[in-house]
Design a protein around this ligand. Structure first.
Ligand SMILES: NC(=O)c1ccc[n+]([C@@H]2O[C@H](COP(=O)([O-])OP(=O)(O)OC[C@H]3O[C@@H](n4cnc5c(N)ncnc54)[C@H](OP(=O)(O)O)[C@@H]3O)[C@@H](O)[C@H]2O)c1
Length: 324
C-alpha cells in the first residue's frame, strides 16, 4: 500500500479524493491536511463518509509519503510548496493551474508533466510531478485532440460548455448561492477563460495548424458535470471523423465514442468522458461530457497516480453513474 497525503481536504476535490482513496486497493490515506479543521473528523466536512473512517483532519503534514495531492486554489500550490518540503521521493499531483502551462512547468527544480492520460500517458508513467488538467480543459481537449492530431482543426472552432456549480469550489459566492443558481443559466469569461491556455498548448502540440478557438463557458443549474459542444468545418464524411476518433481513443480506458447522442447524466459520478459526433452539411459537431470532479479533477488525479505507480489504470475508478 502506498501512503497518500491530501492538502485542502475539506474542499470539493479533496473530498472526492478521500472518497476514491477509501475504496482504493493499493493506496492508504496517511493524512488529510486542513487549515481550518485540524482535529475534526473527516466526516465533519464530508458527512457521507460517516462510518467509513475514523480519520481526523491534520494540521501537520507528513513529508515522507509516497504521493501528495494539492487541492488548493490557483496560486496556493506554489505558496504551499514554498512553505512546506516533502521528501525527494514524494510524487506531487497538483490540481490547480499553477504548473499546467509550459512556461510554469518547472518549479523548484521539479518538472511537472501535464497529466492528460489520453495525450501524455508515456510521459506520465515515469513522472514524479503532475499538473492535473482543468475540468473545462479536459472536456474540450478530449473533444478536439483527434482532429488536431489529424491536422483537421485548422478552421475556426466554436465551443460552448456548461458546468455544474461544484466547478467553483466549496466557497459560497454570489453565483453559487442557491437562490441565484437555481432555475438560472448564464455565461462567464466569454472567449477569455483561463483554460484556453492549456487547451491551446495541447491542440498545438502536434505541430498542425489550429484555427481560432472561440470558447463560451456557461454556469448550469445543476451541481456536477460538464456538457461541452464544439463545431467546426470538416471536409469529409461523418464516417471518416468517427474513424479518426475511434483510432485516437482505441487504447483509452475512460474515453469512449458513442454512436448515439449523449447526455450529461450518463457520465456524472464516473471517471468517463463520452464523445459523440454529428455532421450537418460541412460542419462537424463534437459533443463531450464528463464529471467535473472526477474526470475533470480527482478521478483523473487518481488515474495519474495509478499510471505512475504501475497500478491498474482503472483501480478505484470503476464507478457507477447516477443515470436517473
Ligand atoms: N471543483 C472542480 O470541479 C475542479 C475541477 C478541476 C480543477 N479544480 C481545481 O482544483 C483546486 C481545488 O478546487 P476545489 O474545487 O476543491 O476548491 P475548494 O472546494 O475551494 O477547496 C480548496 C480548499 O483549500 C484549502 N485552502 C484554502 N486556502 C488555503 C491555503 N492558503 N493553504 C492551504 N489550504 C488552503 C481549504 O481547505 P481547508 O479549509 O480544509 O484548509 C479549501 O477548502 C482549484 O485550483 C481548482 O481550480 C477544481
Amino acid at each position: 500500500m502506498i501512503k497518500v497525503g491530501i492538502i485542502g481536504g475539506s474542499g470539493y476535490t479533496g473530498g472526492e479524493l478521500i472518497r476514491l482513496l477509501l475504496n482504493h486497493a493499493e493506496a492508504k490515506i496517511d493524512f488529510v491536511f486542513s487549515t481550518t479543521r485540524a482535529g475534526k473528523a473527516l466526516s465533519s466536512a464530508h458527512p457521507d463518509i460517516l462510518g467509513l473512517t475514523d480519520m481526523k483532519f491534520s494540521g501537520e503534514i507528513n513529508p515522507n509519503i509516497d504521493v501528495v495531492f494539492l487541492c488548493l486554489g490557483h496560486g496556493n500550490s506554489k505558496k504551499f510548496l514554498e512553505e512546506n518540503t516533502f521528501s525527494p521521493e514524494t510524487k506531487i499531483i497538483d490540481l490547480s493551474n499553477d504548473f499546467r502551462l509550459q512556461e510554469d512547468a518547472v518549479y523548484q527544480g521539479k518538472t511537472f508533466v501535464y497529466g492528460l492520460p489520453e495525450l501524455h500517458k508515456e510521459q506520465i508513467i515515469p513522472a514524479s510531478y503532475i499538473a492535473n488538467p482543468g475540468c473545462f480543459a479536459t472536456a474540450v481537449q478530449l473533444a478536439l485532440l483527434p482532429l488536431a492530431k489529424a491536422g483537421r482543426l485548422s478552421n475556426e472552432v466554436h465551443i460552448n460548455a456548461v458546468t455544474g456549480s461544484t466547478g467553483a469550489g466549496v466557497g459560497l459566492s454570489a453565483t453559487s448561492h442557491f437562490s441565484w443558481r437555481n432555475n438560472n443559466v448564464s455565461w462567464y469569461k466569454p472567449f477569455t477563460h483561463q483554460h484556453l491556455g492549456e487547451i491551446g498548448e495541447s491542440v498545438a502540440s502536434f505541430g498542425n495548424p489550429v484555427g481560432t478557438l472561440n470558447f463560451l463557458p456557461n454556469r448550469g443549474n445543476f451541481t456536477r458535470g460538464i456538457f461541452a459542444t464544439a463545431y467546426t468545418k470538416f471536409e469529409g464524411a461523418l464516417e471518416e471523423a468517427q474513424s479518426l476518433y475511434g483510432d485516437f481513443y482505441s487504447n483509452a480506458v475512460f474515453t469512449h465514442v458513442s454512436g448515439d447522442p449523449i447526455h450529461l447524466k450518463q457520465v456524472v459520478n464516473t471517471n468517463n468522458c463520452h464523445i459523440h459526433l454529428h455532421k450537418h452539411e460541412d460542419v462537424l459537431l463534437i459533443t463531450s461530457a464528463i464529471d467535473n470532479l472526477l474526470k475533470g479533477a480527482s478521478g483523473q488525479a487518481i488515474q495519474n497516480m495509478n499510471l505512475i505507480f504501475g497500478f491498474d489504470e482503472k483501480e478505484g475508478l470503476q464507478l457507477k453513474a447516477g443515470v436517473f
